[in-house]
Design a protein around this ligand. Structure first.
Ligand code: TIU
Length: 221
């Protein structure tokens, strides 16, 4: 049993039931010219977590534990994109529109790709998701159960949107969830700290949070 010094209290996890979920580390959110910037955001802070997420990937690859990468995006014909999602925000570039990194948030386009430093290796799972939560309209739950996982470590972007939504979905499905604090980022610093506080409030109502250092120490990394 590994013990990770976390908040609101130690996260105890059987390593053989632990997996890593890396949420949406895609060019569309992290690089200029994509969906994140089209929504009016400064995307630069998100790029700063890439080395930390890479450390987690290296740790899980060494431990030979399952890794799931998610990508938010839609089919080329937009059949899985609700019109309300496309309309939202009256953005200059909408989902499906041609932009500097290809069609925004569309499967197979350059902007949809995971940033090269964090590219999935053969054997790692990659799940395309049409929603903010990774359990909605995907096979993620069956996949995790098939792997025998009960404990999940989360990383990725953005903290209060896709990461928090997915953690809440996982929590409702009975998974024990830990978010690595320095491997997640938001376009809004205040939202990141509020999301971390919300997750671990009320005795860990959604789950736990811990810095990379504590994750490494707890997992023997
Ligand atoms: N992956 C993810 O968080 N999708 C978003 O749209 N995030 C925003 O913060 N907009």
């Amino acid at each position: 049993m590994a013990i990770i010094a976390a908040q609101p209290y130690d996260f105890e996890c059987p390593i053989e039931r632990l997996g890593l979920i890396v949420i949406d580390m895609q060019r569309d959110f992290i690089e200029p010219g994509g969906f994140g910037e089209a929504l009016g955001n400064d995307v630069r802070p998100l790029g700063r977590i890439v080395p930390v997420v890479h450390e987690l990937l290296t740790l899980f690859r060494r431990l030979q534990r399952p890794i799931v990468h998610t990508q938010e995006g839609h089919a080329r014909d937009l059949s899985d994109c609700p019109p309300a999602k496309r309309r939202r925000g009256e953005a200059s570039l909408r989902i499906g529109d041609p932009g500097p990194m290809g069609r925004v948030l569309i499967e197979g386009e350059p902007g949809f790709a995971i940033v090269p430093e964090l590219a999935p290796l053969p054997g790692e799972l990659v799940i395309r998701k049409p929603g903010k939560g990774a359990f909605y309209a995907t096979s993620l739950d069956e996949t995790l159960r098939g792997l025998g996982l009960s404990h999940l470590l989360f990383a990725g972007v953005t903290t209060e949107v896709c990461v928090q939504t997915t953690m809440r979905e996982a929590n409702d499905r009975g998974y024990e969830c830990l978010l690595c604090e320095d491997a997640t980022e938001s376009y809004f610093p205040a939202f990141k700290s509020a999301a971390l506080a919300m997750i671990r409030a009320q005795g860990g109502i959604v789950g736990w949070t811990a810095p990379l250092r504590a994750v490494r120490e707890g997992l023997g990394g």
